[in-house]
Design a protein around this ligand. Structure first.
Ligand SMILES: [Zn+2]
Length: 536
């Protein structure tokens, strides 16, 4: 929809803006903190909320009229970005060594490169991509309305474009370039159906076989407390683990989504058999509306995503070897994720009694015996006070729960009973096999050397330490393991306490499984309990 009056006004503003750019009148922050020039950490920390804001404000300004592909606003945004690539001294990687790759009706991709420093690995490329176009004034096909007003697309995708510029600056400021080459690709025509990235995959400006992974930045401006969505980790082995190991500085909650959709520029590469990663801060009510404006951007959030991305890409560009495309990802979905992470059915309690956890001075007083439980089949009665198990005194709930889990099937409980002068010994046949740590796990073919917890027995050392279903175990006693058998032998041969490196929602933590059977009640630092009653 064309609005001549509006249009003229914005043309003037565009001219003024470009003039200001050319004369350096806009107050742009310095690129690097002085004093820490030339280190990897300095390069990473050169990505700042201030500079991201500067780029997002500029790209999402009305002067670019919503950056519609092939429109004057879109072309002006392309020129602005060309200047940025030139300022960073990137090497042109478009047609004939230029930065542009023109296609369709005045559409243009912008491609710049940093050559790798390793004689062999520099032939391999990590591609960082972002689309810089948006939907202009909107059309019934591209906009959620209202139509006819400028859709600035601050989140979609000035945020990803700004992130790419900051990453390019950070990688340019490294003392030595990374071993692999890095290609920066700003796509046009994404909003018309991924036109720019499709065009490049069909007619690449360099050998597409060199591209080992695509890091797609699309909508990273609205980070929520719930966390950052990450797509694509299933497209090569070990990507989730690699991201989590690099998340220690930012410590963001990461929501790994197995869904792979034809909704952004990673997709043409994915169908071509190239692994990808895509951070994404989620859809929102301003999505594809004129209200997707700069003041709604979470700038510190973009900084966090930018820095995490730097760390992840730096590692990908430096590793000796990168995993190949994992074609099984084509068949995976959130349903496969549910199946892979599905918990085991809880096992019945080994004993089947409940006691009052606030009244433990003189044994544990039984307040309930479950029907059809081992306790029901024994001579135990409600009101009995449990004072020892197989000769070991019961001094706490934690101890008793762990002791019942670990006890042999034929077990003797000593109880005090009202009316009886002497303590009574009651023998019970406990259900199931003895349990030591209280965890069961499942492997994940996409993440070798990692397991998913699918059971955490209540009362076990694992539960007491706070482990939860779907936690990932990465290391045991600081040692990595390769498969389930190796983990099992480590678990069974290591004495308690055991240190685990655990990942939950992208965050790593070290967790100690306590030796509940040989620890006093005060030593047990347990996960909080709400219930007044405890059971086993
Ligand atoms: Zn979009």
């Amino acid at each position: 929809m064309f609005k001549p009056v509006y249009h003229l006004r914005t043309r003037h503003r565009l001219l003024a803006f470009l003039l200001a750019l050319a004369t350096g009148a806009l107050n742009r922050p310095a690129p690097l903190e002085s004093g820490e020039l030339g280190t990897v950490a300095a390069a990473r920390n050169s990505i700042t909320a201030d500079q991201l804001k500067w780029h997002i404000d500029a790209l999402a300004d009305d002067t670019f009229e919503g950056r519609g592909a092939g429109t004057p606003g879109g072309r002006a945004a392309g020129l602005y970005l060309l200047k940025e690539f030139q300022k960073l001294n990137l090497v042109g990687a478009g047609n004939d060594g230029q930065f542009f790759q023109d296609f369709h009706r005045g559409y243009r991709n912008i491609l710049g490169m940093i050559h790798g420093s390793d004689p062999e690995l520099k032939n391999e490329i990590i591609l960082i991509g972002a689309h810089y176009d948006h939907v202009g004034y909107g059309s019934s096909r591209t906009s959620n309305g209202p139509l006819g007003r400028i859709h600035n697309g601050a989140d979609d995708n000035a945020s990803g474009t700004a992130g790419l510029l900051e990453l390019a600056k950070a990688f340019r400021s490294l003392p030595t370039p990374t071993r692999r080459s890095i290609l920066f690709a700003l796509w046009d025509g994404e909003e018309q159906g991924l036109l720019g990235s499709k065009h490049w995959v069909e007619t690449p400006t360099l050998d597409i076989k060199r591209v080992k992974l695509v890091y797609n930045l699309d909508m990273i401006g609205r980070l929520q407390p719930a966390g950052l969505e990450i797509y694509g980790t299933r497209t090569a082995q070990g990507l989730r683990r690699l991201i989590c190991h690099n998340n220690t500085l930012e410590n963001l909650s990461l929501l790994f989504n197995w869904k792979i959709q034809n909704n952004s520029d990673h997709y043409p590469f994915f169908t071509h058999g190239i692994p990808f990663l895509m951070p994404h801060t989620g859809l929102h009510p301003d999505y594809h509306r004129p209200s997707d404006d700069s003041h709604k951007i979470n700038f510190p959030g973009v900084e966090q995503i930018g820095r995490l991305s730097f760390d992840v890409i730096y590692q990908l560009a430096e590793l000796d070897e990168l995993a190949n495309f994992r074609s099984a990802a084509r068949q995976e979905s959130p349903r496969s994720q549910q199946r892979r992470e599905r918990p085991l059915k809880p096992l019945p309690a080994r004993l089947g009694v409940m006691w009052n956890r606030h009244d433990t001075t003189n044994g544990l007083k039984i307040i309930r015996i479950n029907s059809r439980s081992p306790a029901r089949r024994s001579a135990l009665r409600i009101g009995d006070r449990l004072i020892s198990i197989n000769g070991q005194a019961i001094d706490s709930t934690h101890f008793f729960q762990a002791a019942v889990l670990a006890a042999p099937q034929q077990t003797t409980l000593r109880v005090l009973r009202d009316g009886a002068e002497q303590p009574l010994d009651v023998s019970v046949t406990l259900a199931g096999k003895p349990v030591r740590l209280g965890i069961s796990w499942r492997m994940d073919p996409s993440e070798p050397g990692t397991v998913i917890l699918i059971m955490v027995r209540p009362g076990s050392p694992a539960a007491t330490a706070g482990l939860k279903l779907r936690d990932r175990i990465y290391k045991i006693n600081h040692q990595p393991f390769h498969d389930s058998d190796e983990l099992l032998s480590l678990v069974t041969s290591s004495p308690l306490p055991i240190q685990l490196l655990v990942e939950r929602n992208g965050k790593l933590s070290s967790v100690e499984l306590p030796d509940l059977l040989n620890q006093s009640a005060e030593q047990v630092k347990s996960a909080p309990h709400d219930a007044a009653d405890a059971a086993e």
